[in-house]
Design a protein around this ligand. Structure first.
Ligand SMILES: *[C@@H]1O[C@H](CO)[C@@H](O)[C@H](O)[C@H]1NC(C)=O
Ligand SMILES: *[C@@H]1O[C@H](CO)[C@@H](O)[C@H](O)[C@H]1NC(C)=O
Ligand SMILES: *[C@@H]1O[C@H](CO)[C@@H](O)[C@H](O)[C@H]1NC(C)=O
Length: 309
């Protein structure tokens, strides 16, 4: 499922904190609970991360992370040296995926106070542009918040979706009230690029987390990580969000909520050019999902296509 060379070779070229997100593919019958010790440990991590930013001066630099489920088995090396974060158990359709993303953000903040953007991608994501191109796009004037000297986060935020009502009630009717009204409930992709301001909002939040951490009764309508981040950021700073993601996904012929998985024969320069295209003023920077055996065909076109701007 997880190919280390695949991640390593592509990640080398990035110097944002790339937060690798591991979501299990099989849905076990019972939801993994978030235990009190886990919760306490997370809270202390978030506090340390928030505290670390109080006296630090912003400047721009680089780091790289990996959340490694096999950390007990093998020691990480290469660009990830000292940057692997021991994973806790995660499960689809549970709030554990929110916790995992928040821990990654907190660790990335702690690791280097000069990190200004935080990109969350998975082991199935590939880059579509060079790091330089991504960096320039994030820090371009067209990514400035209107009339302000700050930049926007790239996070999908949608308020209209036919399944929204069901998803809102996945934990039971009126359970989300009063903290989260249906009018404020949003949906979007969990693959985002957040500014530091927004990363801090996410790890400081207690109010929405109290509701989103509750287990779902209706597991088939339960996608906490697709709701928590868009709902929180749309409430806290709508003007600071692009409302779309930079990660392209192909939902054609999706099965059980899983998008199209690209295989080696599909990899071509044409595909890369096609996936870059978007309906916004920014190209897509990442794409998913690519099977690990796409590594070789992707490497063959890495210099001549993917990282050539
Ligand atoms: C994102 O959506 C919110 C709410 O609709 C809106 O206020 C905000 O201006 C949008 N952001 C951009 C960059 O258009
Ligand atoms: C999306 O996936 C479908 C198969 O499910 C494929 O036929 C199509 O070419 C893909 N689109 C792109 C842009 O890769
Ligand atoms: C752009 O918008 C058109 C029309 O809504 C849609 O058919 C197309 O899939 C969109 N392209 C991308 C890359 O999202």
């Amino acid at each position: 499922m997880f190919s280390t060379p695949f991640v390593l070779s592509f990640s080398l070229l990035f110097s944002l904190p790339l937060l690798f997100f591991f979501a299990p593919q099989i849905l076990p019958p019972r939801q993994v609970p978030i235990t009190l010790p886990d919760e306490i440990e997370d809270l202390s991590l978030f506090r340390r991360a928030v505290f670390s930013t109080i006296s630090s001066q912003p400047s721009f630099s680089s780091s790289l992370y990996r959340l490694d489920p096999s950390i007990k088995l093998s020691s990480p090396g290469g660009v990830f040296e000292g940057r692997s974060i021991a994973a806790k158990r995660t499960q689809r359709a549970s709030a554990t995926l929110i916790s995992a993303a928040r821990r990654l953000l907190a660790n990335a903040i702690l690791d280097d106070p000069s990190n200004e953007f935080f990109a969350l991608v998975s082991q199935y994501c590939i880059p579509l542009h060079s790091f330089k191109f991504l960096y320039k796009s994030l820090f371009s004037t067209k990514n400035r918040v209107k009339n302000e000297h700050r930049y926007r986060s790239f996070i999908e935020i949608l308020s209209k979706d036919p399944t929204l009502w069901k998803r809102y009630n996945a934990r039971g009717k009126n359970v989300m009230l009063p903290e989260v009204s249906f009018d404020s409930f949003r949906v979007g992709s969990q693959f985002f690029v957040l500014t530091k301001k927004h990363a801090l909002i996410v790890i400081k939040d207690r109010k929405l987390w109290k509701k989103f951490k509750l287990p779902c009764i209706k597991v088939d309508s339960c996608y906490p990580e697709e709701h928590y981040f868009p709902t929180l950021l749309s409430a806290e700073d709508p003007e600071g969000c692009s409302n779309y993601t930079l990660t392209r996904v192909n939902w054609t012929d999706s099965v059980n909520g899983h998008p199209h998985l690209y295989k080696p024969p599909e990899v071509s320069p044409k595909l890369i050019f096609e996936l870059r295209q978007s309906n916004t003023s920014f190209d897509h920077m990442f794409a998913r999902k690519f099977s690990p055996d796409c590594l070789n065909p992707l490497m063959e076109i890495a210099d001549s296509v993917i990282f050539k701007d």
